[in-house]
Write a protein of this length. Structure first.
Ligand code: SF4
Length: 570
């Protein structure tokens, strides 16, 4: 029987609760939205005692469906001031499912200002003193926790950035090799867990039972067909295992939407140097690996492991978004510098997208030259050391940009845009502007839809709405978007997936019921944001994008406030 684990950090009480009936068919992002609406004042201080940090898996968590161990975390975001769900791969999501825990809710603040770790195993959950772990970066922390509790544990942790309350801070989840490299990165949620005095969650599934199915035979049969379709698909069976998401660099550059020099162009003559193809060439001479999986059972394997020139491990996984924001966006064409940047961000516990955007506005302000990798790593070091300017950088691109007097700040609702300039892919512009998540590509990315012209506004509001519902559904199921995005576009595969849902939950499933999960999730999120004070006037892109022509495409943003108001009308 699934349960909710509630941690009252003020009294150190650890309580198991029954799952309310109305929560039974909610998971991941949808469950987070419901709990936040039920329990949190949307006007609260994000790092104050009234906010809550929720950690949970999705509805399909722990099942045999591959790539279904995304771990969702959520709360009111210190970065956007609105609702935020961020999710990560790695090992912890599946473990939470195996432990039959539907959600962990952290509330209040420790009265004694002491740090704890939450240790959960099959028989119990307890808060343990974390004094010896405080001040550790995520890599050292992961090694120490594995030494103390065994190398089979799942770990969710905050780095020093989360301890310090930086608004760009993450929660890091360990991968199958124990490295803390999978990040629930966006929205600064690491600082919310940090505000609760929690340094890490440690999960041990020894002896845990497998999840239940309404009709296991049906589930297994449909699952087999769906996996075969995923493996046969050119994106999930070809590009991702061979090049990882880095394979998108050349594609997005070709489209003219690759953020370049603080979003001042969308095509870069050095993009080839940071492409997926270049990365694969490096892997072949140095070791490292493409086709790596971040969680057991993944059949797509979009992750990679990066080595330096001497063949030593540096980081995993170097993703397109990091390459775009810490590469072309700041004029850096060295994959080695970007890999170092990624390693430092994972260890310190900060979002690579937000940090790349922050360095972009620093370069725009003349704090350093575009393309100066050494200077970029030095600024990152300032953040790590906590200098006065480093503390400003840790508040993200919008705060830093305003502090430096920069006019061109690429943020929506306080959050840096991801690796697609919306003037060159207008559908994602609608998503950035209207998603309750702020500027977030994972909220609904309409890339590669052949029926809608990416440079024109016609059809984009409808397309973005469709993709936002799709992603809110994925994020509520706990299934990696990599496995669903391309394959579910084919009716036969959607049919297999509906059978999977029926095998797990019983009853008949049709597309309306499946994607109704996403509609309900977004409606709850919008209700929370309304309570927090957001209005239609906040659903807009950075002002420079409405007037400044993107040289690569010759386009500007031409959506009106009325256009944006038509998106996600739930
Ligand atoms: S496809 Fe990539 S992100 Fe998704 S589960 Fe597999 S390795 Fe992880």
């Amino acid at each position: 029987m699934q349960k909710i684990l509630r941690i009252k950090t003020n009294t150190k009480a650890v309580l198991f609760e029954e799952v309310k009936t109305e929560y039974a068919m909610l998971g991941g992002r949808g469950l987070i939205a419901k709990i936040l609406n039920d329990e949190v004042d949307p006007k609260c201080d994000p790092t104050g005692p009234e906010n809550k940090l929720i950690v949970c898996g999705g509805l399909l968590n722990g099942t045999m469906l591959p790539c279904t161990g995304r771990l969702s975390v959520g709360g009111k975001s210190p970065l956007t001031g609105g609702i935020k769900e961020a999710n990560a791969g790695g090992t912890a999501g599946q473990m939470l499912g195996k432990l039959d825990i539907k959600a962990i809710i952290f509330e209040n603040k420790p009265a004694d200002n002491k740090w704890s770790i939450l240790k959960i195993d099959q028989d119990k959950a307890e808060l343990l003193p974390a004094d010896k772990y405080v001040g550790m970066g995520n890599y050292a922390l992961s090694a120490e926790l594995r030494k103390d509790f065994g190398d089979k544990i799942g770990i969710v942790s905050v780095g020093v950035a989360g301890e310090r309350g930086y608004r760009n801070s993450t929660l890091q989840v360990n991968d199958m090799e124990g490295n803390p490299v999978r990040a629930a990165a966006r929205g600064g949620l690491g600082s919310v867990l940090g505000s609760k005095g929690i340094k890490a969650i440690v999960l041990d599934v020894t002896g845990a039972a497998n999840v239940e199915y309404a009709d296991k035979e049906k589930f297994v049969a449909a699952n087999k067909k769906f996996i075969a379709a995923v493996k046969a698909h050119p994106v999930t069976g070809g590009m991702f295992p061979n090049l990882g998401t880095a394979g998108l660099v050349n594609m997005i550059n070709g489209l003219g939407a690759l953020p370049t020099n603080n979003f001042s162009d969308g095509r870069w003559d050095k993009a080839e140097n940071i492409s997926g193809e270049k990365l694969a060439e490096m892997q072949s001479t140095r070791g490292g690996k493409n086709g790596h999986r971040c969680m057991p059972g993944c059949v797509v394997c979009c992750s990679n492991v990066i080595h330096d020139e001497k063949g030593n491990y540096v980081t995993s996984s170097l993703e397109f978004e990091t390459i775009a924001l810490a590469g072309s966006n700041i004029g850096i064409d060295s994959l080695d510098v970007i890999a170092k940047f990624d390693r430092l961000c994972d260890d310190f516990g900060i979002d690579t997208i937000e940090t790349g955007g922050t360095l972009g506005v620093c370069m725009e302000a003349g704090k350093m030259q575009f393309g100066d990798g050494e200077a970029a790593l030095k600024l990152l070091q300032e953040m790590i050391e906590g200098t006065d300017f480093g503390n400003i950088l840790g508040q993200g691109a919008e705060v830093t940009g305003k502090y430096l007097g920069v006019k061109r700040i690429p943020t929506v609702k306080g959050q840096t845009l991801a690796g697609y300039d919306p003037r060159g892919l207008k559908g994602i512009g609608v998503t950035y502007a209207t998603s309750p998540m702020g500027g977030d590509h994972t909220a609904g990315n309409p890339l590669g839809v052949p029926t809608v012209d990416p440079y024109k506004k016609e059809g984009q509001v409808e397309l973005s709405t469709q993709m936002q519902v799709f992603m809110a559904t994925c994020d509520s199921l706990g299934t990696c978007m990599m496995i669903l995005n391309a394959p579910l576009g084919e009716p036969e595969n959607l049919g297999y997936f509906l059978e999977i849902m029926s095998g797990k939950f019983d009853g008949e499933w049709d597309p309306d019921k499946l994607f109704g999960i996403g509609v309900q999730t977004i409606a709850l999120e919008k209700a929370f944001n309304k309570g927090a004070g957001f209005t239609a006037k906040d659903d807009k892109l950075p002002s420079f994008m409405y007037t400044e022509v993107l040289p690569s495409t010759g386009t500007v943003i031409d959506f009106t406030e009325e256009d944006m108001a038509m998106a996600i009308p739930f």
